[in-house]
Design a binder for this molecule. Structure first.
Ligand SMILES: NC(=O)N[C@@H](CC(=O)O)C(=O)O
Ligand SMILES: [Zn+2]
Length: 425
């Protein structure tokens, strides 16, 4: 079965140009040939991207299937143009041994995109005793994270880093000093004061990163900071990189697009961890990406039920959905306005995560690669609407926004896993 994607455009050798892609047996066979195929799709000038890669997603199954399942979370990813996602381990049960991990890998196969599974760093993600890293590596773990919680005990962190350095696997840190965070729910600052909400200080993130950079340097581990959000954290990573520490980091779309001045009332669609910080922090995130301190963009897709998120800032859980809006929001704000070239957005959302996490079996728009492709409509605008989401979660502060860059089609190994019009009729 062959498929010809015709009349598209794409970045070839650094230039945006007209592009036809021939897919055969699940792989990219040829560019711009004069071929015919079993099936031909006219892309009407839409943009053909390597499938996007999101290393920070919460799929919620098992344990929290009222929020999301592997099926709905992967459908949401496909809707956003993601063909490979990294699924976090804050599940119930926690996949913290070989047997549970292998069950998780099997469950993940019910998804429509490629799912790489994180294993936790500590048993039950409780920050006390490290897992059996070798056993989990053998079961298929591509990286380790206690995401959702910081690791308080420095010796536990050091032990984990030493062992992961030996196995050459990354430690991905939800960098948060749990004692410094206390009961904060949004960024400490004028907005928190005005709304009478307890605040979260920047130091709760930055102090943890400072400690962990020192430990990373001592062990040589690949230390990856999840969802970096403060200007001081970014400066620390910048200094550490310059002195040769093996550190990488990611930033979320919401920390690039929003800050605490966007929170005008007690609305939990603006509550996530780390919180939306100050405008200066947001601008430091943008600058950090552009100067290479921040390596990639990851959504931290964190679905919760409407009921949970309807409870206001104090009581609602942290997190917003991100899979289905990330590309269009970032394209609209930063690329169509001329701040970023399109190829940089693709680098941060596909190429860099694939390379840095050494992901295998991920197609990158090269002849012979698996046909993992995302096709976006850069010319027409659409409105972000909750009833268009394929995620179970509707918790997004971006609902109602008008964006360019909606997904036309997503293919994984040459199979269409999302197609506009057919998925929403
Ligand atoms: N980011 C969030 O606000 N929430 C995440 C946990 C996490 O990524 O820290 C979740 O699992 O809901
Ligand atoms: Zn986290």
């Amino acid at each position: 079965m062959s498929l010809l994607l015709k009349n598209g455009c794409g970045i070839v050798a650094g230039q945006l140009q007209a592009l036809n892609v021939l897919v055969e047996a699940g792989r990219i066979k040829q560019f711009n040939g004069d071929d015919t195929a079993d099936k031909v799709v006219d892309l009407q000038h839409a943009f053909i991207s390597p499938g996007l890669v999101d290393v920070h997603v919460h799929l919620r199954e098992p344990g929290f299937t009222n929020k999301e399942t592997v099926k709905t979370g992967s459908a949401a990813a496909a809707h956003g143009g993601f063909t490979t996602i990294g699924a976090m381990a804050n599940l119930n049960p926690t996949p913290d041994n070989g047997e549970l991990f292998m069950q998780q890998v099997k469950l993940n196969q019910t998804g429509t995109v490629k799912i790489k599974q994180y294993a936790p760093v500590t048993k039950h993600r409780q920050g006390q005793a490290v897992v059996n890293f070798e056993e989990l590596q053998a079961a298929g773990a591509f990286a380790f994270s206690d995401d959702g919680d910081g690791i308080t005990n420095a010796n536990v962190m050091l032990t984990a880093m030493k062992q992961l350095a030996a196995l050459k696997l990354p430690l991905c840190d939800h960098a948060q000093d749990m004692d410094l965070t206390q009961s904060g729910v949004i960024n400490a600052g004028a907005t928190a004061q005005k709304l009478g909400m307890p605040g979260v200080n920047n130091v709760s993130e930055t102090a943890q990163i400072a400690r962990n950079l020192v430990l990373a340097q001592a062990t040589g581990v690949h230390y990856h900071v999840c969802h970096v959000s403060t200007k001081e954290s970014i400066e620390l990573v910048r200094i550490a990189k310059a002195s040769g520490v093996n550190v990488t980091c990611e930033v979320t779309p919401h920390h690039l697009l929003l800050d605490d001045t966007n929170i005008v009332d007690d609305d939990a669609q603006y509550k996530m961890n780390p919180p939306l910080r100050s405008q200066a922090d947001r601008l430091a995130c943008v600058a950090g990406l552009m100067d290479g301190t921040i390596d990639m963009i990851a959504t931290d897709h964190a679905p919760h039920t409407d009921k949970e998120k309807g409870q206001g800032l104090l009581a609602s859980p942290n997190g917003i959905v991100g899979s289905e809006t990330a590309f269009a929001l970032l394209y609209t704000k930063f690329v169509s306005s001329g701040i970023w070239p399109l190829h940089k957005l693709i680098e941060w959302m596909s190429i860099a995560p694939t390379q840095i996490f050494k992901l295998t079996n991920v197609g990158q728009l090269k002849i012979g690669d698996p046909a993992d492709l995302a096709i976006f409509d850069l010319e027409h605008s659409t409105t972000i609407a909750a009833n268009q989401f394929l995620s179970k979660g509707h918790n997004s502060p971006f609902i109602g926004q008008s964006v360019y860059g909606g997904t036309v089609m997503t293919l994984v190994n040459g199979q269409i896993v999302y197609r506009r019009d057919s998925n929403h009729d």
